[in-house]
Design a protein around this ligand. Sequence first.
Ligand code: HEM
Length: 93
Amino acid sequence: MRSRCLAKKIVASVDRADDLQAFLRDLGRDHRKFGVLADHYGAVGASLLATFAHFSGDAWTPELEADWTGAYETIASVMIAGIPNSAMIGITT
Ligand code: HEM
């Protein structure tokens, strides 16, 4: 059974990139049951980053934005790769 806690899974898999990639591909494929398609990931990523920026105030720096953008794009790209017949898309902030 797949762990429902994503953060726990990522920390546990930090030294096992293949395991984490397989988990994220399955997660992306399984998001179809929620009606989630490849071209939804950009809008969700942009909203997530805008939320972080809003609530972080002055603590939100260009470096943090770049790091979180990279992390989201990396995770989303692997999830999207798990969707049959999918194509990669980017975040537009
Ligand atoms: C990096 C991108 C994303 C990550 C890491 C992520 C992660 C997750 C995880 C771990 C779950 C729980 C899965 C389960 O219960 O089996 C979940 C559920 C869900 N996700 Fe995502 N997700 C992402 C993107 C999206 C996008 C783009 C959408 C829709 C636009 C979306 C909509 C949902 C919905 C509707 C659920 C079900 C929530 C519920 O059970 O009430 N997710 N997501």
